[in-house]
Design a protein around this ligand. Structure first.
Ligand code: UVW
Length: 354
């Protein structure tokens, strides 16, 4: 057993001691069939932004837009518009073959369960260590190029010159890919009810939107929240104004315990939004009596405690408008990430079928 005690309100161990899927375990055959039964019109919606949006790195400085390059052939000849006759004079083929340098969580994405862990005393020795969902450990299961020893002085240069390698040997994004990320999606259109001004959405505001549209959220559903944020991003045409973006649209209030409890009780299998973090970031201040607290409280609750995958920066406008025009809120969702072993997040090209 990797842990002696689990975080309060977590489900560690409930899906097995070595589980790496968390709440995705709630998507079984019946849930996929429920999704399939939502296909009535035969229309598909792409729920991805172009992956070179938001543009630049002002919105999230460590994350950079994708860079495409040709692969090199033979003695270093760029493999784009390559006349194969250079290898074989009788060949008529012309070939393009490229590569990409990609920040995996730059644009439309899934967070893996390795994305956010916490300092927590999982082995009950009175000392908090760095752990992830279900007790998987930093430096043993999730490895990077710097070992951040507890209480060791932080060397800001240690990771900058050579990034080195990293790998999620557990909880990596490939687990989501193999699972398939297919089932019934349910959409709550917060932008329709609350507009595009900045607003924190707690339990009350979420319930008001759900009740107004008579939405039923059931165990195993994947819940999608349209806030309009991705639409504002798109309107900025790859030159985002972070000030304006940080003061636009709805985001969940990660400090609202009733909201977090509802996420636990609802049985949703995944939580997705069209904004950059699902929750408001920076979050509201933590209660004054808390000496230590997560700065990403909803990530902490979902990824770390519940094993509940988060999707961010999805594009939901066209789907939301079609659903409203047709008096519907549910659809078949197919949204696998890349099957890239060891990755901590991944771009996705989710498809809703109605
Ligand atoms: C934030 O950027 C705050 O969230 P994430 O790392 O999940 O994208």
């Amino acid at each position: 057993m990797r842990w002696q005690q689990r975080p309060q309100g977590s489900n560690w161990g409930d899906f097995g001691p070595d589980d790496q899927l968390g709440r995705l375990n709630l998507i079984g055959t019946e849930q996929v069939l429920k999704g399939a039964r939502e296909i009535q019109a035969g229309l598909s919606f792409c729920l991805s932004l172009p992956l070179d949006y938001p543009g630049g790195n002002k919105l999230n400085p460590p994350r950079h837009p994708p860079v495409l390059r040709p692969n090199l052939f033979g003695e270093g000849q760029p493999f784009v518009n390559f006349p194969v006759a250079r290898m074989d004079p009788s060949a008529t083929d012309v070939v393009c073959d490229d590569q990409v340098l990609l920040s995996l969580q730059y644009s439309t994405q899934w967070d893996s369960l390795a994305h956010v862990g916490a300092m927590f005393d999982a082995d009950a020795d009175g000392h908090a260590e760095r752990v992830y969902y279900n007790g998987f450990r930093a430096d043993e299961h999730i490895v990077g190029s710097v070992v951040y020893e507890d209480n060791a002085p932080f060397d800001p240069h240690a990771c900058c010159s050579d990034h080195g390698a990293s790998a999620a040997r557990a909880l990596g994004i490939e687990n989501l890919a193999v699972k398939g990320m297919q089932g019934r999606g349910v959409l709550v259109d917060l932008a329709h009810h609350y507009g595009f001004d900045v607003r924190d959405i707690g339990y009350d505001e979420l319930m008001r939107a759900i009740d107004a549209d008579r939405i039923e959220v059931e165990k195993g559903d994947m819940l999608l929240l349209r806030t309009g944020f991705a639409e504002v991003v798109l309107s900025m045409e790859r030159d985002p104004d972070p000030e304006r973006l940080h003061h636009s649209c709805c985001a969940l209030d990660g400090r609202d315990d009733r909201l977090l409890n509802w996420i636990t009780d609802s049985g949703i299998a995944a939580l997705v939004a069209d904004n950059n973090a699902v929750e408001r970031f920076p979050a509201k201040p933590a209660p004054a009596d808390q000496k230590h607290y997560p700065i990403l409280p909803l990530h902490h609750h979902c990824l770390f405690k519940l094993g509940l995958s988060l999707g961010e920066l999805w594009y939901l406008k066209d789907l939301a408008q079609w659903l409203r025009a047709n008096g519907r809120t549910r659809f078949m969702l197919t949204a696998p990430p890349l099957r890239l072993p060891g990755a901590m997040g991944s771009p996705a090209t989710p498809i809703a079928t109605v």
